[in-house]
Design a protein around this ligand. Structure first.
Ligand code: GLA
Ligand code: ZN
Length: 673
């Protein structure tokens, strides 16, 4: 349970009452109670008001606010207020402001603009955090800590001199000597050789491509530097309030930070989800991110820290969520393991850069569609308290490796269309559409409890990865690896033994050449024989390879070009298991049919067979299980179920089938009904 004080689904949002006169605060309390709000995030951007100058702190207004919330039975997710430093601080200590690749220092006047290695930022932010923790350690409203906000959102990398110095220290710890750095980065190329530590700098603006191994190490270093900020705050808070859990909010498809590495030091995962509510939006993208967030701590419940009640303000066009969509998408988060549904923000701002971003209380006030939907959702979530802490069981996993993502998308690669997340989504989307639960796991994960593991575009094979995958397949697992895998080691150096490097034996193949296709080029995947749903021929594009089988069997061949007739899908029996290799990017039907075939042969079944556009998940508790059925379609649907269920929100019983209106959802309980 995330907070013993609050054994319910969290419901609320970012609350910034400092933007209004105190007379509005009481009305906020009334509206929050009416909407079923039980938790608000306070203080996220309050540093300037909490500390007027270096020697003065002003907690009085904050005391009043927390007392008021406690009086009304509303808990706080207490932010450390370090996400945006005050103007006086940036002016007094200019080294706090970050510097871009071209050496231009950012100005203050926006937010989240600080150099992660700035000693002044580190010292002053930690001082503030210590005071906040000590002051509110026993406050009855305190339920959770919220460190900073969306780390690296606006400034994911800094290139200043302080960072350059810290980078050298990081490299010294990693490599020990300049000679080792030269070796790792391959600096005999283009006369990049270094003789002294002080010659080594961040990958700043250069005439053409920087050294890719240096860039990769800088990405690692930045993720670690920003993590040190988090860890510094975490340690202070833990030493003062050891029993209160700590979170920091993550983001969607966010590349700069290695969230798996970070997650080890985060008590509870939370994230901010802003899908575009336009008609063609691909729901699999959000589902993938929910599954990632759930998987970051091995299935432990996470929560949605932020979402929009309707429109946002930062896309070129910001359309509204249609009636019912906010409710449905909130349930979709809970369906995938969230124990909290929160918003940015409680009351819509009237000034500042986000005044046209929706909120739980919009400019139109309480007599509005948006607030009414918010109050309705609040009522419904109070009926779902018993699902907190229940788990989702997946037999399928997709490997997601941040360092691999960084390395494979470096500018100098065979195709600019080679996008790591696209390749993960090619496999994820059909699993989502088939309602097959899937975890998103790190490359060093214990894979033994999965029936099917997919490693798309595993370009980089770090130490231990080969052994981990071999162990899994040897024990009977089924693995899919897709093209351009096994190319480089952890320094981004190409393996000497040819592709797919250390995966040769496991996959039973070798790859002599790869071929990045122009957007107008295509090829065919021709099945050698019918494999259940997988049969005949499929179009493919983006990539081709010259594959030679060793111990593997060819299941499909390229149809055209100079490698026409050569294998493009192979299967290798490796001890008790099977390893598949896919050498191209086929059309979506191929992924669907291939995964159907492998799920059937590995006895992996969907949570429920449901009509297209109906998302179904299952959360399991000790005594009961909960089926979430969500109709994303513009029309009503009927879904067949087997067994007797009770709808937790509508309190109705169902057997055999349920009917759902467009955008409607059900949470059905089976067990001790
Ligand atoms: C992010 C931030 C919030 C707010 C929202 C707007 O998620 O954390 O402070 O700016 O975006 O969508
Ligand atoms: Zn810096």
């Amino acid at each position: 349970m995330i907070s013993k004080k609050l054994p319910q689904i969290f419901y609320g949002g970012d609350y910034s009452p400092e933007q209004w006169p105190e007379s509005v605060w009481l009305d906020d309390m009334r509206l929050m109670k009416q909407a079923g709000v039980n938790l608000v995030s306070v203080g996220i951007f309050s540093w300037a008001l909490l500390q007027p100058n270096e020697d003065t702190f002003d907690f009085q207004w904050f005391d009043k606010l927390l007392d008021l919330l406690a009086e009304h039975g509303i808990y706080v997710d207490l932010a450390t207020a370090t996400a945006a430093q005050p103007a006086w601080l940036s002016k007094k200590y200019p080294d706090v402001l970050p510097v871009d690749e071209k050496g231009i220092r950012f100005s203050y006047g926006s937010r989240q603009s600080y150099c992660p290695n700035s000693p002044s930022y580190r010292r002053l932010s930690r001082e503030l955090v210590r005071r906040l923790a000590e002051r509110y350690r026993n406050h009855p409203a305190l339920a959770l800590w919220h460190i900073n906000n969306e780390y690296a959102c606006h400034t994911s990398s800094c290139y200043c001199d302080t960072c350059a110095e810290a980078f050298r220290v990081w490299l010294q710890n990693k490599y020990g000597s300049v000679a080792e750095v030269n070796e790792a980065w391959g600096t005999n190329f283009w006369s990049q050789y270094y003789y002294h530590w002080d010659e080594i700098i961040p990958p700043r603006y250069t005439s053409t491509f920087s050294n890719p191994s240096q860039v990769l190490d800088y990405q690692r270093f930045m993720s670690d530097s920003i993590f040190e900020l988090y860890q510094g705050e975490y340690d202070i808070i833990k030493s003062v309030t050891p029993d209160i859990l700590i979170t920091t909010n993550f983001m969607v498809d966010f590349k700069p930070l290695d969230y798996f590495k970070w997650a080890k030091q985060i008590d509870v995962i939370s994230w901010d989800s802003y899908p575009n509510p336009e008609p063609d939006y691909d729901l699999a993208i959000t589902a993938f991110n929910h599954d990632l967030m759930r998987s970051l701590k091995g299935g432990q419940p996470f929560f949605l820290m932020e979402q929009a009640s309707s429109q946002i303000n930062w896309r070129p066009y910001n359309t509204n969520k249609r009636p019912g969509v906010m409710n449905l998408w909130s349930k979709a988060a809970v369906a995938r393991g969230a124990d909290g549904v929160m918003f940015f923000q409680w009351r819509q701002s009237v000034k500042g850069a986000e005044k046209f971003h929706s909120a739980m209380v919009p400019h139109a006030g309480e007599n509005s569609r948006v607030y009414q939907e918010i109050a309705q959702l609040g009522k419904e979530l109070t009926k779902l308290s018993e699902i907190i802490d229940t788990r989702i069981k997946a037999e399928t996993a997709i490997i997601f490796d941040y360092e691999n993502w960084w390395a494979v998308e470096y500018q100098q690669h065979p195709s600019q269309s080679l996008n790591y997340l696209d390749q993960l989504r090619n496999f994820y989307k059909p699993l989502f559409e088939l309602n097959i639960p899937t975890d998103i796991v790190p490359v060093d994960c214990d894979l033994s409890h999965y029936q099917l593991v997919i490693a798309p575009l595993l370009y980089m094979i770090k130490p231990g990865v080969k052994e981990n995958l071999e162990k899994y397949v040897a024990a009977g697992g089924t693995l899919i690896v897709s093209f351009f895998s096994g190319i480089v080691d952890e320094t981004d150096g190409v393996f000497g033994e040819g592709y797919p490097g250390p995966l040769k034996e496991l996959l039973g193949i070798s790859v002599e050449e790869f071929d990045a296709l122009e957007p107008h080029m295509a090829n065919k995947v021709r099945l050698v024989r019918e494999l259940g749903d997988l049969k005949g021929q499929y179009n493919c594009s983006l990539w081709g390879e010259m594959v030679k089988t060793d111990t593997a069997a060819a299941l499909a061949l390229f149809g055209e070009d100079y490698y026409g007739g050569a294998p493009c899908l192979t299967e290798n029996q490796y001890r008790q298991g099977k390893a598949y290799y896919l050498a191209t990017q086929p059309e979506p039907e191929f992924y669907r049919d291939f995964l159907r075939y492998l799920c059937r042969t590995n006895h992996i079944s969907p949570t429920l067979v449901a009509p297209t556009g109906v998302e179904v998940t299952k959360r399991k508790g000790k005594e009961a299980e909960y089926l979430f059925i969500l109709n994303h379609n513009p029309d009503p649907v009927t879904v067949n179920i087997s067994g007797k269920y009770r709808d937790l929100i509508g309190d109705q019983e169902y057997e055999r089938s349920v009917s759902l209106d467009s955008k409607a959802s059900l949470v059905l309980k089976r067990g001790n009904i």
